[in-house]
Design a protein around this ligand. Structure first.
Ligand code: ADP
Length: 718
């Protein structure tokens, strides 16, 4: 929440500023409107007052006209007032009201009747509305002249003295000797709901003293009377009212009794000035003749506040909108920023974890590396790492011991420096071939090779090479073991065995010869029992001779005493000879040999006799471990650029766990199937040695119970 503080602060500041601006604009607006309202209202009151006053002036001039004239006839009156009335639409009528004592009533009435108004008479209002003939009074104040007559016919003849308001006004006029304005009245000619008022100007008989009320009463000739309708007056005063329909006008006559004060507008319901409450209100009292009027101009809130709304609310609206938009924008940005921050924090945490893991891993890596290094440094086998070009990348101390070079002398050198010819010159080729074809001579296989020391001496060594891939690069690690000592011991052992065998073979041969003579019976009949013993001895001696021959054979092969004579020869022909000579023991085992698939006349380079020995051995094994009646199949085929001779039997097969040991000396499968088959366990070892001497190879495919295929490969001659 705390991180949102600046955001909240900013948005709050915006909202506060907006509110302040709103209030300020509203106040300003209000003030402006109020001032404008007051100005308008006071202007209008002034206009009203002005209008009334100017109208009253006309009345005064009519009074002066009367005062100046000896007698005013109906015609004179019309001529004088018509232009005034035409100019002032606010004047409902101008009238002459004579003071008629009761005895002159008939004369007055007659005069008018003679003037073309036959029904003229003094009248008064009926209590229920309408007019009737005026009752008997001492004095009458009838409407005698009235201009214009049209529209005012009802007033013609009306006795003003018959009605209290009018009577009060005209009496007051006499009493004061002034122009008097009546309280509100409903005009007799009124057709609508307007109120009206009358203005009385007393006219006296000439050259008489008028100083006292009595004098004035006695000399009163009549009244000049102005008839006004409030509505017409207000409308004429405020021509602009139609443009400001929201303004309301009320005019009250303050001298009238409470319940009769409302002058304008004409309402059926009485309203008191105190009851008026407007949002904007302007009250002003004006003096109209002898009376005081209260003008109330009011404006109801709706229109007024609507105006304020139009500006200050706009300020508020846009201010809040701006604050909102700003807030939303900032919020989005802040959120994004927080998100980024949290992502960064998370990543940093992860990184820290990874780093500490790495650190831990590094520690244990260092530890294990140290362990590996100490193994690497102390092991008696030499370890050499080379790159794809054959350049030495690293060696361990044992390499220095074995080859007599220092580390500095070897690093970056081609590894062929450690080999005598022909390997030395061909090493690059071997490596290249392996890179391109994956065809390995040593890699992943391991073999015995010859090493070359710094002092140019050579020595036998066991070499095994492994391949390491580090991303795109390949490295080769060679483990070398100096086997000079082992070889020496082996040599001594072999020589010993050879000597022993040799020494044994001469007497054994003579024993075998002697036993054969005994068997033939040349020296006499031995009897059944002795014959049996002689036979066993003969067979054992034969086995012994075979064993000794095998031992001597292998010893001869392994010591370089027998160098093979490699010559090209016709391979199928050789195979046929071997099959021919093997028919004998094949028959003995009940097994036949077939030679069907072969490449006619194919020639290989090799020691023919030794290869015959290899094939003979393979055929003999196949026959030995095949069921009677089965067939052993010999074939010659091309395999990976070499010529392969394969011997396939359908015998017992070779158990999986024996595969690795089958070519070792004296190894035989230990099972009831193989026991009693004779043999020395040296046959395949001899075969392997012979094939190695040929730079060829020997191998087999087998499945227990389904038979085996033994084969050897040789390069084709030419
Ligand atoms: P041996 O003189 O005992 O035959 P070898 O070296 O020729 O000696 O063979 C070693 C052993 O390999 C045999 O004793 C036998 O157990 C097994 N062996 C060799 N060839 C075959 C074959 N074709 N089928 C089954 N087992 C065989």
């Amino acid at each position: 929440m705390l991180r949102y503080f600046p955001f909240i602060l900013l948005v709050s500041a915006c909202v506060i500023l907006t509110t302040m601006a709103f209030l300020w604009v509203r106040e300003w607006e209000e003030e402006r409107l109020l001032t404008a309202f007051h100005r308008t209202a006071s202007d209008q009151v002034l206009a009203l007052q002005h209008k009334i006053e100017s109208t009253l002036d006309h009345l005064n001039s009519l009074g002066a006209f009367y005062a100046a004239s000896r007698e005013v006839t109906r015609e004179n009156f019309r001529v004088f007032v018509t232009p005034v009335i035409n100019k002032n639409k606010t004047i409902q009528a101008l009238e002459w009201i004579p003071k008629v004592p009761a005895e002159k009533r008939a004369v007055y009435q007659l005069r008018v009747r003679e003037k073309g108004h036959p029904n003229f008479e003094f009248r008064e209002r009926k209590p229920g509305g309408g007019m009737k003939r005026a009752g008997k009074r001492e004095v009458y104040y009838p409407v005698y002249f009235v201009e214009p007559l049209a529209g005012n016919e009802k007033a013609f003849g009306f006795d003003l003295g018959s009605e209290s308001t009018r009577l009060a006004a005209l009496e007051e006029a006499v009493n004061t000797g002034q122009m008097v304005i009546s309280g509100r009245i409903t005009l007799v000619q009124e057709t609508g709901s307007q109120f009206g008022f009358l203005v009385f100007l007393p006219v006296y008989n000439k050259q008489r003293s008028l100083n006292t009320v009595r004098e004035r009463k006695e000399n009163l000739a009549g009244f000049v009377l102005g008839v006004f309708r409030m509505g017409d007056l207000v409308r004429a005063s405020f021509p602009q009212t139609s443009e400001k329909p929201e303004l309301e006008f009320f005019i009250f006559d303050l001298f009238a009794p409470k319940q009769r004060q409302l002058l304008f507008p004409g309402l059926s319901k009485e309203i008191l000035a105190d009851e008026l409450k407007f949002d904007l209100q302007f009250n002003q009292t004006i003096k109209i003749g002898n009376r005081e009027w209260l003008v109330v101009i009011g404006q109801s809130g709706g229109g007024f506040y609507h105006k304020i709304l139009s500006q200050s609310w706009l300020v508020l609206f846009f201010g809040l909108l701006f604050s909102g938009t700003l807030g939303a924008y900032l919020k989005v940005n802040l959120n994004r920023q927080f998100q980024i921050e949290s992502t960064v924090r998370q990543r940093t945490e992860e990184l820290t974890n990874v780093l500490s893991d790495l650190f831990d891993a590094n520690e244990s890596l260092q530890e294990s590396e140290q362990r590996i290094r100490s193994v690497h440094d102390t092991v008696s086998d030499g370890i050499i790492t080379i790159d794809e070009q054959g350049l030495i990348e690293s060696i361990n101390p044992a390499v220095e011991m074995i080859f007599g070079y220092t580390q500095q002398e070897l690093l970056g050198k081609n590894v062929s420096i450690l080999m005598p010819d022909p390997d030395r010159s061909k090493h690059g080729q071997y490596l290249e071939r392996y890179m391109n074809t994956g065809e390995a001579r040593v890699i992943g296989i391991g073999r015995e090779v010859t090493g070359l020391r710094k002092d140019s001496s050579t020595f036998p060594l066991d070499l095994s090479i492994g391949e390491i891939r580090l991303g795109e690069t390949r490295l080769f690690t060679g483990v070398v073991r100096d086997i000079t000592e082992r070889k020496k011991v082996e040599q001594m052992k072999n020589e010993f065995i050879a000597v022993v065998s040799h020494e044994l073979r001469t007497p054994l041969t003579s024993i075998l010869g002697s036993l054969e003579i005994l068997k033939t019976g040349v020296v006499g009949d031995l009897g059944e029992e002795a014959m049996m013993i002689v036979n066993i001895s003969f067979q054992s001696s034969q086995r012994l001779v075979r064993l000794i021959n095998d031992i001597l054979d292998i010893e001869k092969l392994e010591s370089k005493k027998s160098d093979l004579v490699l010559e090209p020869f016709d391979l199928p022909a050789m195979v046929k000879v071997v099959i021919e000579s093997s028919l004998g023991f094949g028959e003995k085992e009940g097994v036949s040999f077939a030679f069907r698939n072969y490449i006619e006349g194919v020639r290989v380079n090799g020691d023919r006799d030794k290869l015959m020995q290899v094939l003979t051995n393979l055929l003999s094994n196949a026959a030995k471990f095949s069921p009677p009646g089965s067939e052993v199949e010999v074939s010659i085929l091309r395999k990976e650029g070499n010529i392969r001779v394969a011997v396939k039997d359908r015998g017992i097969g070779i158990p999986e766990d024996f595969h690795a040991r089958i070519f070792q000396k004296f190894s035989q499968v230990d099972s009831t199937d193989t026991r009693g088959k004779g043999g020395t366990g040296l046959g395949l070892a001899i075969c392997k040695t012979i094939m190695e001497k040929h730079n060829g190879s020997i191998g087999f495919d087998s499945k227990t119970g389904r038979g085996s295929t033994f084969y050897f490969d040789l390069p084709e001659a030419g």
